[in-house]
Design a protein around this ligand. Structure first.
Ligand code: FAD
Length: 379
């Protein structure tokens, strides 16, 4: 009788789940992904991939599913002033999530991982030598469970690993003809009191626009988006929009990322950038880290390996998130001042570009900013 259906059971086949499945399958472990929907499926997401994300994805090359490269940034202050910078290298690439996620899943399947789709996980149980997941169609047992089931993770909820804080984001895909009127580049606007920003950028044959806020509720989001689109003269193109706010969980220093033989990655662990709302990079990064600790656990019976995953996330990812949220607090709560003092300076924007490309960290930038503020106070 088989005791396990797979060495590793991965719940959720988004970027985090597909990446961890890819790495573990490439090392010869049996991996079963269990996904709620049939693929490809729509995922509300801006689909912006920074250079850092593309680096972290390597050796996987996702260029077949990229829609556009953008190297111009237009920043708009609360008073409507605009500053445009064009960088020599693209700042971001854009993708449609149905295509990206299917591409990553296919890559994992090609190397030996398996998947069950249209099968939501409902519950998970930890037993002395196995974890078990009960789905809408049956149950599966494995040696390790990876929760990669996104912002409303059943695994994180069941294992009491759910991050307490959350941000919100919503996206509207605009019709293709809006591209003809677009100024080009990524447009970011920081309205007073949103506690976040509004964005718009081209994505292949259309424009994608949305809001990101550190508020955990934005019941009346429509006027915010309408005002923004009016500003961009795009309001008439956005009438049939079914957009609504989606949570982006945010971990803090108290968050745990494992329990027994189970761990959480990506949005399930609250591993997204609290300043930009960028989560794909961190889904990939945490998936790669998790795969290494799961490998140690499986190959060497290192029972502490998953505990070490929590420690590694706290050491390598959370300090970066903590620095990111400091920038968010300053810029989102004092957007006018931030524009006057910082954002209209090309050097600051060059640093922001370096941040997105992974050349500099939030922690380094924060130290530099504090140093500059100190010098300003002394002068
Ligand atoms: C409006 C919006 C815009 C965003 N824009 C960007 C952006 O431009 N760039 C960026 O980097 N990040 C962006 N993000 C964040 C990004 O979408 C997430 O951080 C990223 O998708 C996390 O990847 P993941 O694999 O952890 O989770 P997901 O991509 O959410 O994947 C989770 C998977 O698990 C499946 N699942 C869920 N529950 C179950 C269950 N019970 N059983 C089985 N399967 C289940 C889901 O169907 C899904 O396929 C945005 C988020 C939002 C809401």
């Amino acid at each position: 009788m088989r005791r396990y259906d797979a060495d590793v059971l991965v719940i959720g086949a988004g970027p985090a789940g597909a990446t961890v499945a890819y790495w573990l399958a490439s090392w010869g472990f049996s991996v079963l992904m269990v996904e709620h929907y049939s693929l490809p499926r729509y995922k509300p997401c801006g689909g912006a991939l920074t250079q850092r994300t593309l680096q972290w994805l390597q050796p996987l090359d996702v260029s077949p599913v990229l829609e556009a490269w953008v190297n111009t940034l237009v920043l708009q202050s609360p008073d409507g002033d605009r500053f445009t910078v064009t960088f020599p290298r693209p700042l971001i690439a854009t993708t449609m999530r149905d295509k990206l996620d299917t591409f990553l899943v296919d890559t994992a399947l090609a190397i030996g991982a398996k998947i069950r789709t249209k099968e939501p996980a409902l519950r998970c149980e930890q037993h002395p030598e196995r974890v078990e997941v009960i789905t809408s169609k049956g149950s599966y047992a494995a040696r390790v469970l990876v929760g990669a089931d996104g912002a409303n993770s059943v695994v994180a909820h069941q294992l009491n690993l759910k991050p307490k804080r959350r941000a919100l984001s919503l996206v509207a895909e605009l019709p293709p003809h809006t591209l003809d009127r677009w100024m080009g580049g990524i447009h970011l606007h920081f309205p007073l009191r949103l506690n976040g920003y509004a964005w718009c950028f081209p994505k292949g044959n259309h424009l994608s626009a949305g809001l990101y806020t550190l508020r955990s509720h934005l019941p009346n989001w429509r006027p915010w988006l309408d005002r923004y689109l009016t500003d961009l003269a795009l309001q008439d193109d956005c009438q049939e929009m079914g957009a609504r706010g989606h949570p982006i969980p945010l971990a803090d220093k108290h968050t745990e990322f494992h329990r027994g033989a189970a761990l959480v990655i990506g949005d399930a662990g609250g591993l997204a950038d609290p300043f930009t709302g960028e989560g794909i990079a961190w889904a990939i990064r945490s998936a790669r880290m998790a795969s290494i600790f799961v490998r140690l656990f499986l190959e060497h019976e290192e029972t502490d390996a998953l505990e070490e995953y929590t420690q590694a996330v706290r050491k390598e990812i959370l300090p970066e998130m903590a620095a990111a949220i400091r920038f968010a607090f300053v810029l989102f709560s004092l957007p006018r001042l931030s524009f006057r003092r910082f954002l209209q300076h090309e050097r600051v924007l060059q640093n922001f570009a370096k941040l997105l490309s992974g050349e500099v960290s939030y922690q380094t930038l924060w130290r530099k900013t504090l140093h500059k503020a100190f010098l300003l106070l002394r002068s």
